[in-house]
Ligand binder design. Structure first.
Ligand code: AMP
Length: 148
């Protein structure tokens, strides 16, 4: 095997644990939070979407500004007064990718193609943190810069 091939296979088989943004630093909301609270967290954090957790700190979905605004879209206006009466659980996206901390970089790279961030869980399915597409691309970039 050439040195380049060896480095490539080391990168691809590396575990993602070093790249994870720990849960303490991740903005999130809970299932029963009203949408006005979720919108506040999204606007204050500056993120488009954030994870939704349950009371046992398990990942149940993701919620985005777009889903919130879409849920209060009336015929002629945004019905902002409804924000307090709808819960996060009602409008969140439930089908989201999840990976374990010992997942390989190769699997994370493939998953990140369609997702700006991926929720990471431990063996008991508790929320560990997130892996962002930008951190994956930064590592790929570093790999190519070093190879040229
Ligand atoms: P980035 O690659 O840093 O632009 O992040 C991609 C996406 O991951 C953001 O748009 C957010 O949806 C999510 N994200 C990144 N960092 C955080 C964080 N600290 N808390 C919550 N969501 C985050």
């Amino acid at each position: 095997m050439t040195i380049d091939r060896l480095k490539q296979s080391q990168l691809m088989s590396k575990e993602i644990s070093d790249l994870i943004i720990s849960h303490e630093k991740v903005a999130h909301v809970q299932l029963q939070n009203p949408l006005d609270h979720a919108l506040l967290i999204l606007i204050k954090s500056g993120y488009t979407a954030i994870p939704v957790l349950d009371n046992d700190f398990r990942v149940r979905g993701q919620i985005s500004k777009n889903e919130i605004l879409d849920s209060i879209l009336g015929l002629e206006r945004l019905e902002i007064e409804r924000l307090h009466d709808i819960t996060v659980e009602t409008v969140m996206k439930k089908k989201i990718p999840r990976l374990k901390t010992d997942t390989t970089f190769s699997k994370a790279l493939t998953t990140s193609i369609n997702h700006p961030f991926i929720c990471i869980e431990d063996e008991e399915a508790s929320f560990v943190g997130i892996l962002t597409r930008s951190s994956i691309l930064a590592l790929v970039n570093r790999y190519f810069q070093q190879s040229t």
